[in-house]
Design a protein around this ligand. Structure first.
Ligand code: C6P
Length: 406
């Protein structure tokens, strides 16, 4: 095994606790991951010793807080291999990043008769902002269908793309199915038609290395809280050429150069898109999460999670009456499933009592549920701190659920 998982688990205080007198088996990492002590201590230290507003003061605390925040941006730049630091914008999270692009890019570059392409497996965050801006601009929203394994139908994508496609917005990894989409091919095909591409990386950056330059992504967005960082902070990467041309998303302090009642001029990147006092501790905490992931090794994380995925797939597939939704060739360690005749909510409630935290419901992918013809699923989503033994605990828990409903 490539990682010393028991050692890693000691870095996560919450993994030592019990719920209902059972050891916690945390398999809800797709919703939010747990935090290593280095991130917790960074946040604690910041509020005890370092807090001040940033980009504003000449005093010691303000300039050190500013330096720390900007160092975190530099870490993000390296993490994504972006060309410039100022291409990495701090946001509230993935939802905020997608809304920023939809409303700012959409305002400038969407015209009546244009189209925007998304897919059938998108999270509501990558559907609703596009519906809103398409309605406003008289543009059409087109949807790439999937096959029964949960893979995008690339031939259908090629048919949807045309000269009127302004932007394609696709998830890198499906939060419900685990499918890893062929985003390089998606980006290249879009670029052939002159369309920009936004990648929703909410379920990707915690599992694999992402290189926005190699991908040639126009935009790439993710949340801090799913990659071992704090809540309320995220990143939107955007190519400099787009960010320079796009109008600000919000107005306020920090995003301006000069203001008179007659006219305002806007600040340079990245500040043009960061109005108001940001989530300073969130940004610094996100930097600490990147340091933590680097210290474990992103390739090591990916390799170990692949082992977990193979083992979990084998174990879950062997359970009688269990159907897995999402069997793509290329997928992450995310398992949505249903048990014959048992409502996901009932299964989730019983598993919870056994100390197993999983998510139930539509996972903010209602159109995907409609495509699959089901109301929801039980979802177990793994992280690199999960163990092979926890797969056994999950399987035993599922058998217990089945027995209770037999
Ligand atoms: N999915 C899940 O349990 P925010 O809430 O902004 O951090 O992330 C939104 C989001 C966008 N895209 C994808 C692919 C996502 O998975 C999520 C968040 C969580 O699956 C909560 S609904």
């Amino acid at each position: 095994m490539s990682l010393d998982v028991q050692k890693i688990r000691k870095n996560f205080p919450i993994l030592q606790r019990e719920v209902y007198d059972q050891p916690l088996v945390y398999l809800d990492n797709g919703a939010s991951s747990q935090k290593p002590i280095s991130v917790i201590e960074t946040i604690d230290r910041y509020y005890r010793n370092e807090h001040s507003n940033i980009h504003r003061g000449v005093h010691y605390l303000s300039s050190t807080a500013t330096d720390k925040y900007e160092q975190a941006r530099k870490k993000v730049q390296t993490f994504l291999n972006a060309e410039h630091e100022h291409e990495c914008l701090f946001t509230k999270g993935t939802t905020d990043g997608i809304n920023l692009v939809a409303h700012s890019f959409g305002k400038k570059f969407l015209s009546p008769g244009d189209n925007v392409i998304i897919s059938e497996m998108e999270h509501h965050s990558n559907i609703v902002p596009w519906q809103m801006i398409c309605d406003e601009k008289g543009a059409t929203l087109k949807v790439i269908p999937i096959n029964d394994a949960g893979e995008l139908l690339m031939d259908e994508y090629k048919k949807l793309l045309n000269d009127k496609t302004a932007i394609v917005s696709i998830t890198h990894v499906s939060n419900t199915l685990g499918t890893i989409n062929p985003i390089k091919e998606i980006i290249d095909l879009a670029h052939e038609k002159g369309a920009a591409v936004l990648i929703d990386g909410a379920q990707a950056v915690q599992h694999m290395a992402v290189d926005v330059r190699e991908l040639d992504a126009d935009f790439y967005t993710f949340s801090g809280h799913k990659m071992y960082g704090p809540t309320g902070v995220g990143i939107l990467y955007g190519k400099e050429k787009w960010l320079n041309e796009m109008p600000p998303y919000q107005g306020g302090g920090d995003m301006i150069k000069t203001v008179t009642f007659e006219k305002t001029t806007y600040n340079e990147l990245p500040h043009k898109f960061e109005a108001g006092t940001p989530n300073i501790v969130g940004g610094i905490g996100l930097g600490a999460a990147i340091d933590y992931m680097n210290s474990v090794g992103i390739d090591e994380i990916a390799a170990y999670e692949e082992e977990i995925k193979v083992a979990a797939h084998e174990a879950l597939s062997a359970i009688d009456g269990l159907t897995i939704y999402g069997t793509a060739n290329s997928k992450a360690a995310v398992f949505s499933f249903l048990l014959d005749g048992i409502h996901p909510y009932d299964a989730g409630t019983i598993l919870d009592r056994l100390g197993i935290a999983i998510r139930t419901g539509h996972h903010c992918t209602e159109p995907l549920m409609a495509r699959l013809g089901i109301p929801g699923t039980v979802r177990a989503s793994f992280a690199f701190y999960n163990t092979m033994e926890e797969i056994d605990v999950l399987v035993a828990g599922i058998e217990r659920v089945k027995k209770m409903f037999a």
